[in-house]
Ligand binder design. Sequence first.
Ligand SMILES: Cc1cc2nc3c(=O)[nH]c(=O)nc-3n(C[C@H](O)[C@H](O)[C@H](O)COP(=O)(O)OP(=O)(O)OC[C@H]3O[C@@H](n4cnc5c(N)ncnc54)[C@H](O)[C@@H]3O)c2cc1C
Ligand code: FES
Length: 337
Amino acid sequence: MHKVALNFEDGVTRFVQTLPGETVADAAYRSGLNIPMDCRDGACGTCKCHCESGSYEMDGYIDDALSEHEAEQQFVLTCCMIPQADCVVSVPASSEVCVRSQQADVHAEITNINRLSDSTLSFTVAGDQVRAMHFLPGQYVNIQVPGSDQTRAYSFSSMVKQADESVSFLIRVVPNGLMSTHMAEQAQVGDKLTLRGPFGSFYLRDIKRPVLMLAGGTGLAPFLAMLDKIQDDGTEYPIHLIYGVTHEVDLVELKKLEAFAETIEAFTFIACVASPESEWPHKGYVTNHIEAGHVNDGNVDIYLCGPPPMVEAVSQFMEDQNLKPNSFYYEKFAASQ
Ligand SMILES: Cc1cc2nc3c(=O)[nH]c(=O)nc-3n(C[C@H](O)[C@H](O)[C@H](O)COP(=O)(O)OP(=O)(O)OC[C@H]3O[C@@H](n4cnc5c(N)ncnc54)[C@H](O)[C@@H]3O)c2cc1C
Ligand code: FES
């Protein structure tokens, strides 16, 4: 048995014991702690932490979840990490977020489905249990796919609207995708959904410096929830969002972003389209639109959410530019398989 000290970002340390061959994530789970995770299989990278000391083996994961460079720097996937000695692991989330009692099944009813474009839809769920949900802006839930035993992760794209006890999501319609096709073709207002969560360490921290938000496709969802919160709380620091998509058809919720820009004085945004055929005024990838002012000589908190290749591209860009932000938080919208 090995002792693992889990250092959470709010300064709390919790100790767990791993059994022979047991992963850190499983040992934490036995002790009532949910380290943020999704696939539990070394595929999504959600459970990534940093091992400060100790030795360990990593059992079966893919490069998309943890690059060779990250592994060399002793980043670990706790769902694959089997300690070979006592270890100290830094968890990039607060201890409060990881207490399992915070996570529960919520039964809710679909109250609206809105086809925003050929590629994207939003939907809203409501109910008593939704009103009582506590989550941080940027977190996600696992939604059970109706008629199956599978779940899919979706980020909240709003905070709970107390007026009608509702919360929203933004989904890209993936050809033959189990959940997204269900939502596009079969789901009806009045259907029931089961949500489990909240999960994830990609949430808005206290704003103490300029913030740069980078969204790819429906990776916009968590930022809409964050902006909801910023709209309520206000901020004195500049918040800039660069929202990138592949084709114009994927550009959605621009009116919502314009409304945020009107109500949040510190908020600005730009939307860009990568496809060379597009006539959209801002072309290229999000990295083509990062200006020196946005990164404030490194005194900036960067949040990034999108498909895995985009997260890799931005990480590479930061390395190439020698950009070392005060903090860099990201979420990969990895497919479940
Ligand atoms: C933490 C987290 C949060 C997420 N939040 C959101 C969100 O807010 N909005 C959102 O739209 N998605 C989000 N996702 C992705 C989501 O969980 C599903 O993976 C996605 O909706 C596809 O599910 P599906 O059942 O429709 O397709 P599946 O049945 O899982 O996949 C069908 C086929 O499509 C491929 N595929 C899956 N996803 C994609 C894709 N994006 N592009 C191309 N091919 C794909 C699969 O490899 C498979 O071959 C999130 C993922 C994670 C890990
Ligand atoms: S939960 Fe560990 S890699 Fe997905």
